[in-house]
Design a protein around this ligand. Structure first.
Ligand code: AMP
Length: 189
C-alpha cells in the first residue's frame, strides 16, 4: 500500500491536483480540511469546536486530526494507497503519522510539495473564495493568519522530510496540466 503526502501552502492547488491524482491512481484522498468541513456541516460537537479555530485561521489540535486519519487508515485496508492532503501540518502530526504507518506496515513513500510564493497564495485564496465560498478564504486577516501559521508550524516539515529523503518539490506556479504531469512523473517512478 502506498502513502503519499500532498504538501504546500494554502492555495497551492493541493485539492485540485488531489482530485486528478485519485481519479488516475485510485488512491483514497484524505483531506483533513474536507473532513473537518464535513463535521462542521453536520453540526457535530467536533465540528462546532473546529469551526471556531478554522474561522480564525488557526490549526485544530493535533490529536483531533491524528484521530481522524487513524480511523480512515484503519477502516480502508483494501485501497491501493492513500493521498494525504493538508495533513500533516505540524512536526507532531508528522511524527504521529510515521508511528501510525509503521504500525500498519507502511511508510511515507513520497512528500509531493507544491511551492508557491506568498503573494500568489493570497491571490489564489481570494480567487477560490469566489468559487467555493469558504469563510476562512474571505477575510484578509484570516488569510494572513493562515499564511503565518503555515510558515511557523507547517514549513518546518520541509526539513523534517528532507531529512527522511523522500521530499520532492514541484513548482505550483504553473498550469494545472503541467503540475499534474510533474506529479505523475514522480508517482510513476
Ligand atoms: P485546508 O482545507 O487544508 O486549507 O484546511 C482548512 C482549515 O482546517 C485549516 O486552516 C485548519 O484550521 C484546519 N486543518 C486542516 N487540516 C489540519 C491539520 N492537519 N491540522 C490542524 N488543522 C487543520
Amino acid at each position: 500500500m502506498r502513502y503519499y503526502i500532498l504538501f504546500g501552502p494554502p492555495g497551492a492547488g493541493k485539492g485540485t491536483q488531489a482530485k486528478q491524482i485519485v481519479e488516475k491512481y485510485h488512491y483514497l484522498h484524505l483531506s483533513t480540511g474536507d473532513l473537518l468541513r464535513q463535521e462542521m456541516a453536520a453540526g457535530t460537537e467536533l465540528g462546532k469546536k473546529a469551526a471556531e479555530l478554522i474561522n480564525r485561521g488557526d490549526l485544530v489540535p493535533d490529536e483531533v486530526v491524528e484521530g481522524m486519519i487513524r480511523n480512515k487508515i484503519a477502516s480502508n485496508r483494501d485501497v491501493a494507497g492513500f493521498l494525504f492532503d493538508g495533513f500533516p501540518r505540524t512536526i507532531a502530526q508528522a511524527e504521529a503519522l510515521d508511528a501510525m504507518l509503521t504500525e500498519f506496515g507502511g511508510k511515507v513513500d513520497a512528500v509531493l510539495s507544491l511551492t508557491l510564493p506568498d503573494e500568489l497564495v493570497y491571490e489564489r485564496i481570494l480567487h477560490r473564495a469566489q468559487i467555493e465560498g469558504r469563510k476562512d478564504d474571505t477575510d484578509r486577516s484570516i488569510i494572513e493568519n493562515r499564511i503565518a501559521t503555515y510558515h511557523d508550524k507547517t514549513e518546518p516539515l520541509i526539513s523534517y522530510y528532507k531529512g527522511h529523503g523522500n521530499y520532492r518539490e514541484i513548482q505550483g506556479n504553473d498550469t494545472i496540466e503541467n503540475v499534474f504531469t510533474a506529479l505523475c512523473g514522480i508517482l510513476d517512478e
